[in-house]
Design a protein around this ligand. Structure first.
Ligand SMILES: [Zn+2]
Length: 237
């Protein structure tokens, strides 16, 4: 039986080479001491965004957009979207970053995402504030908007969930997916937790695996551990 394949893709450091969620604060706001506080676990990710986003008080959204469009994408990402288009794989962008830089990039490159999930910055009022798209009382993961529910709510049980990511905000999401492409901290997390994954440096590596899928050299299968996780997620919601 052929399962429908759906692609869930992180944005910062995955689609883009740089993490714009760090970069905009380094350039326009104040990155420290907040980032160290987050890394040292003195604050959680939501507290972090609530502290750091107001440091953009003197920033125009158009300045963020300009910086975003100067940031290079993964050199093979556009090729990857063309492959997805050819085989009719829907791409969902799931980010714990902000629409202020994500939307301009997606529209500039005409990236055919089925849906885009990202936080937003509310520039009305005295100081900018973050708005989180996802709330999950039952999940205590390292993403201010848990990506898990997006994945579960946009797939059927018999569909193959593919996840592509690199960082802390992807841990919980990857655990609920069948086929995982990981680099950096996400790769380390998968290794440490014995979650099978494909290591990648760029989308070139991911395209190679899809080539192998299409020529029958590899198969994408439902992952039992991900199914069990997804079932218990539904029970606790
Ligand atoms: Zn979560």
């Amino acid at each position: 039986m052929n399962h429908t394949i759906k692609i869930f893709c992180d944005f910062d450091g995955t689609i883009t080479q740089k993490d714009l969620g760090d970069e905009i604060f380094k350039v326009f706001g104040k990155f420290e001491p907040y980032h160290s506080m987050l890394i040292n676990k003195e604050i959680n990710i939501r507290q972090y965004w609530r502290l750091i986003v107001p440091t953009l008080a003197d920033t125009e959204e158009s300045e963020i957009e300009k910086l975003a469009l100067e940031t290079p994408l993964d050199a093979y990402f556009i090729k990857f979207t063309e492959m997805c288009n050819k085989y009719k794989y829907d791409i969902y962008v799931v980010s714990d970053g902000f629409s202020s830089y994500i939307n301009p990039i997606l529209s500039f490159y005409d990236i055919p995402a089925k849906k885009v999930f990202s936080n937003s910055i509310n520039f009305d009022g005295d100081s900018p504030k973050p708005d989180f798209y996802g709330a999950s009382e039952s999940c205590n993961c390292m993403s201010s908007s848990c990506k898990r529910n997006v994945i579960l709510n946009n797939t059927d049980d018999d569909e193959i969930r593919v996840f592509i990511g690199d960082g802390y905000s992807d841990f919980c999401a990857a655990e609920h997916c069948d086929v995982i492409f990981a680099k950096k901290n996400l790769a380390k997390y998968c290794s440490e937790n014995r979650i099978p994954f494909y290591n990648f440096k760029t989308f070139f590596d991911i395209l190679k695996i899809f080539d192998n899928l299409h020529s029958g050299k590899v198969k994408f299968r439902k992952r039992r551990q991900a199914e069990l996780k997804s079932m218990s997620a539904f029970e606790t919601e």
